[in-house]
Design a protein around this ligand. Structure first.
Ligand code: NDP
Length: 340
């Protein structure tokens, strides 16, 4: 069983060498004492997600525990059941949810697993558009942003797993949408594939405030926040009265050893009566069936499109994961461990 192990707690930017590949010769089987809810799975696809950086460091009091140095890391993935002690999960069933970064995993509780019903769509989509990032885009946009038709929406990290969907949801809803991303190719994707009204490369903008004023001469109603730092500060100046900010993530801050310089424009929250709300997708899985009901037909009818960046093999998983923090991924970063 090939496994990806965390070497030691990470400080600063993660490197490929922080994760090591090991082969275990222990044959996995469901122990007798886990008699009613354990499953043994064959992992097919693994999801590379920015929140995993938090788990690679030594954190206390976070919403999720650190990984254990010397042990296999875990994350979202798509897998096939090969043995089960739970009658609701049968051998051959396809599932997505929390699993190990390894070829086969023993999952002691099925609480974090969802059975895959629409296996006629690409299975890798359950790491992205039909899985946690897709659900995040759905909750963040519809539940947290309270959108209205015709509003002006700005999305950062807009070509990524979450952002590309937020933009498409906002367009389908009748909003005007602009995205920012870190390369010309990504900007082209936003405009030509995902149908954003406009897009810009934030790395080529010496003054983010001036850039936002150019794209939103009348201001921003909704900001879907994925990056934090200087971008958030500039956005606050450009928000309209009663604007809303869904704080989904702040990837620009995840690798800083010292906290970034203070955000000077936070007072805009008061003067402009902005609602800025953080959310975690984990609190909203009760709405997952509702999300699928909306999004599966849209995907099948081609009304929503999704771009993936696919790395082949567990041996390329560490490189794929750390690539998120330099923007190497174009679209959702997935790792193929095995085909069915
Ligand atoms: P992406 O697929 O967007 O990959 C990460 C992207 O972030 C990179 O490709 C890069 O794109 C951009 N990026 C990396 N470093 C920086 C930086 N310093 N400044 C600006 N942009 C940067 O990831 P996801 O779509 O999976 O996640 C997007 C955000 O959503 C993250 O902040 C993540 O933590 C958050 N999230 C939150 C959830 C929740 O429950 N609240 C659940 C899921 C995700 P570029 O080339 O454009 O710079």
């Amino acid at each position: 069983n090939k496994q990806v192990i965390l070497k030691d707690y990470v400080k600063g930017f993660p490197k490929e060498s922080d994760l090591i590949l090991k082969t275990s010769i222990v044959k996995l089987k469901i122990p007798n004492q886990c008699s009613n809810d354990a499953v043994l799975v064959k992992n097919l696809y693994l999801s590379c997600d920015p929140y995993m950086r938090g788990r690679m460091g030594k954190t206390e009091g976070s919403y999720i525990d650190s990984f254990t140095p010397g042990s296999t890391i875990t994350g979202y993935g798509v897998a096939k059941i090969v043995d089960s002690s739970n009658p609701d999960f049968k051998k051959g069933d396809l599932v997505w949810g929390l699993t190990g970064w390894e070829e086969y995993s023993l999952i002691r509780s099925t609480r974090g697993l969802f059975k895959i019903q629409n296996a006629d769509l690409p299975l890798s989509y359950y790491t992205g558009i039909l899985g946690m990032p897709g659900h995040t885009a759905y909750i963040g946009f519809y539940e947290i942003c309270s959108p209205k038709k015709g509003e002006y929406v700005f999305v950062s990290a807009a070509s990524g797993a979450v952002g590309q969907l937020v933009g498409q949801f906002a367009k389908l809803f009748g909003c005007y949408v602009v995205g920012s991303a870190g390369s010309k190719d990504k900007v082209d994707l936003l405009k030509n594939k995902f149908g954003f009204d406009d897009a810009f490369n934030y790395k080529e903008e010496p003054n983010l405030d001036a850039a936002l004023k150019r794209y939103f001469p009348n201001g921003i109603d909704i900001y879907f926040e994925n990056v934090g730092g200087k971008m958030l500060d500039a956005v606050l100046l450009n928000m309209r009265i009663n604007g809303r900010i869904a704080v989904c993530g702040m990837i620009s801050q995840y690798n800083l050893e010292d906290p970034d310089e203070g955000i000077g424009n936070l007072l805009c929250l008061v003067t402009k009566r902005i609602r800025m709300e953080g959310f975690l997708v984990f609190d909203y899985y009760n709405l997952y069936p509702k999300f699928l009901e909306m999004v599966v037909p849209l995907v099948k009818q081609g009304k929503i499109t999704y771009v993936e960046d696919v790395a082949q093999g567990l041996e390329n998983a560490p490189n794929a994961l750390v690539g998120l923090f330099s923007g190497r991924n174009v679209g959702k970063q997935v790792v193929v461990v095995a085909r069915e």
